[in-house]
Design a protein around this ligand. Structure first.
Ligand SMILES: Cc1ncc(C[n+]2csc(CCOP(=O)(O)OP(=O)(O)O)c2C)c(N)n1
Ligand SMILES: [Mg+2]
Length: 350
């Protein structure tokens, strides 16, 4: 993989982590109301999947969707403004954390109802197929959504009609406080897809490169006209289900063991080159030094200094996002009424 791509993946994972940690702080300060479901620990999934997507693809997500929206390109300030419920937010401040939307970027929504993403994705997939476009629909959902009727209906219909939908299960092992083996008779989520003849793979969701590669392959199949694909990414959320959840149902040992697999640490290890020691350079002999440094320059993706500079820049981006949100006005009652009226006269009755 090219250095530029590796650096971009790492950048977005770091930005995602910083954005979410800051959102948590702003929640405790009272600047964000309602429920707030955060993504730390799961960054490799959103970043790996969405970097493999085309701008013309459609994204449908859940209520844990800030990072999907961020990686898709919604500016951090506009996102933070939506979390703050302000007018400059991507949904005009009327949706909040669980209802992010951006038509231009084909980000077709966060949805608060578990399993709500499936019919929306199938419907968009149907529209794309009818027009015979090379576009795909990426449908994110959690492990807790796979026992909803909508999951089975959508898998059946997309397979039957060979619709261009990529099902992406973010299996973080928990549906709020209920562990997967207690809520699912078949805990290997990817196996369910075979009931509908949909090709499916289970992938390490803590490894951004594995996620990216699997998504590229799945999207290539979809664009080849081969119908839906299914990917199950095994991941873990480091925080509680939402800010209201102290997460007492998970043992400290369990959380710590997954923290050791932090996808960001893994990505940094991939990206920051390990420089040879002076002894190794000396052992390589004087002639090799020039060759060795040239090779390091070519292969070295990012130095430690560059990594620190990247983190500092991300810190500034998040700071500015909060400032933008705080300075944005609240929507008025007239804005709310206008939003309610927006579809009047264009309803389609079937
Ligand atoms: C139809 C429906 N039932 C129940 C809820 C309450 N609820 C909100 S989140 C959630 C857990 C979903 O877990 P999962 O799909 O694994 O997603 P995760 O939160 O782990 O990302 C539940 C049951 C809901 N929002 N919608
Ligand atoms: Mg879950």
């Amino acid at each position: 993989m090219e250095s530029r791509t590796l650096r971009a993946l790492l950048h977005d994972m770091l930005l995602a982590r910083a954005f979410e940690e800051r959102a948590a702080e702003e929640y405790t300060r009272g600047n964000i109301a309602g429920f707030l479901h955060l993504y730390p620990g799961e960054e490799a999934v959103a970043v790996g999947v969405l970097h493999a997507a085309e701008p013309s693809d459609y994204i449908v997500s859940t209520y844990r969707e800030h990072v999907h929206a961020l990686v898709r390109g919604i500016p951090p300030g506009v996102l933070m403004a939506e979390l703050f419920g302000r007018k400059d937010g991507c949904s005009g401040g009327l949706g909040g954390s669980m209802h992010l939307f951006d038509r231009e970027r084909r980000f077709m929504g966060g949805y608060a109802i578990v399993g709500e993403t499936f019919p929306v994705a199938a419907g968009i997939g149907y529209a794309v197929a009818m027009r015979q476009l090379p576009e795909a629909v990426i449908c994110f959902f959690g492990d807790g959504a796979v026992n909803q009727g909508t999951f089975h209906e959508a898998l059946n219909m997309t397979a039957l009609w060979q619709l261009p939908v990529l099902f992406v299960c973010e299996n973080n092992r928990y549906q709020i406080g209920t562990e997967i083996h207690r809520h699912s008779a078949v805990a290997e989520v990817y196996k369910r897809a075979c009931g509908y003849r949909i090709p499916a793979h289970r992938v390490d969701g803590m490894d951004v490169l594995a996620v990216h590669e699997a998504t590229q392959a799945a999207l290539a199949e979809i664009r080849g006209g081969n119908g839906p694909q299914f990917l199950e990414f095994e991941t873990y959320r480091f925080r509680g289900h939402s800010m209201a959840d102290p997460g007492l149902y998970r043992s400290k040992v369990e959380v710590q063991s997954f923290e050791q697999e932090d996808p960001i640490t893994v990505a940094i290890a991939e990206t920051v080159p390990a420089y040879p020691s002076q002894e190794q350079i000396a052992a390589a002999g004087p002639d090799s030094i020039a060759r060795l440094s040239e090779h390091l320059n070519d292969a070295g993706h990012l130095s430690t200094d560059q990594l620190e500079a990247m983190k500092a820049e991300i810190g500034r981006i998040v700071e500015q996002a909060v400032e933008f949100a705080a300075n944005s006005p609240e929507p008025t009652m007239a804005d709310a009424v206008a939003a309610l009226e927006c579809n009047r006269g264009t309803e389609v009755l079937i």
